[in-house]
Design a protein around this ligand. Structure first.
Ligand code: ITT
Length: 206
């Protein structure tokens, strides 16, 4: 099988690690922004995961003059009216780290009992042509709840606090292969693979 290359316009190497095996199965090698240090910074000022994913994909596709895939993802916590949502990466401020975000999440949920700690991850993926046109977009979700203490250090972001209830384990503790089977990102990515396998051409430059 000839390998095709698709630029995944993300600077989050965990996003690439979690999806590259899936794309490899249909002969696509993902390249990330780590492979293109001259890339552009996209301002994520959309009002939804969908808007931000489309903006990241289309601005970068125009810049690189080739189709680009991008995704916007985050954690939606019911007891916080959907926060941190699209602000997940900077929940605790401009210089946020995973640790400071997790600490703030625990603080905000400190008086919330287990049965009200339900949450879900969302991942919206978009592929854009250099014209800015969105060629494909999909969304995946993964339901769980927020633990009272972190457990494990697999994955990234909120994973040590995010318990997949059916498995009684956090994504921080579950094996990466399990996250790859059931995560929001894998679900969105598998739908993209179906669209690509169904004939969407990445050679389009329109
Ligand atoms: P790019 O915009 O460059 O792709 P980013 O990390 O800034 O990278 P987002 O703006 O989409 O990506 O923010 C995603 C945030 O949502 C991420 O920093 C985590 O806080 C959270 N998140 C998303 N998916 C997650 C996952 O699988 N596990 C844990 N946290 C996740």
């Amino acid at each position: 099988m000839t390998q095709k290359i698709l630029i995944f316009g993300t600077s989050n190497r965990k996003k690439v690690e979690e999806t590259s095996d899936l794309f490899a199965k249909i002969g696509i090698t993902l390249k990330s922004l780590a492979d293109f240090p001259q890339g552009i910074e996209v301002v994520e000022d959309g009002a939804s995961f969908a808007e931000n994913a489309a903006k990241k994909a289309s601005e970068q596709a125009a810049f690189f003059r080739t189709p680009v895939m991008a995704e916007d993802s985050g954690l939606v916590v019911d007891a916080l009216n959907g926060a941190p949502g699209i602000y997940s990466s900077r929940f605790s401020g401009e210089n946020a780290t995973d640790a400071s975000n997790n600490a703030l999440l625990l603080e905000k949920l400190s008086n919330v009992p287990l049965e009200q700690r339900t949450a879900h991850y969302v991942c919206h993926i978009a592929i854009a042509a250099p014209s800015g046109k969105i060629l494909a977009e999909t969304e995946g979700i993964c339901r769980g709840r927020i633990r009272f203490e972190p457990d494990g250090n697999a994955g990234f972001g909120y994973d040590p606090l995010f318990e997949v209830v059916e498995y009684h384990q956090t994504f921080g503790r579950l094996a990466p292969i399990m996250k790859q089977a059931i995560s929001h990102r894998s679900r969105a990515a598998r739908q993209i693979l179906q669209i690509l396998s169904g004939g969407l051409s990445l050679d389009k430059t329109a």
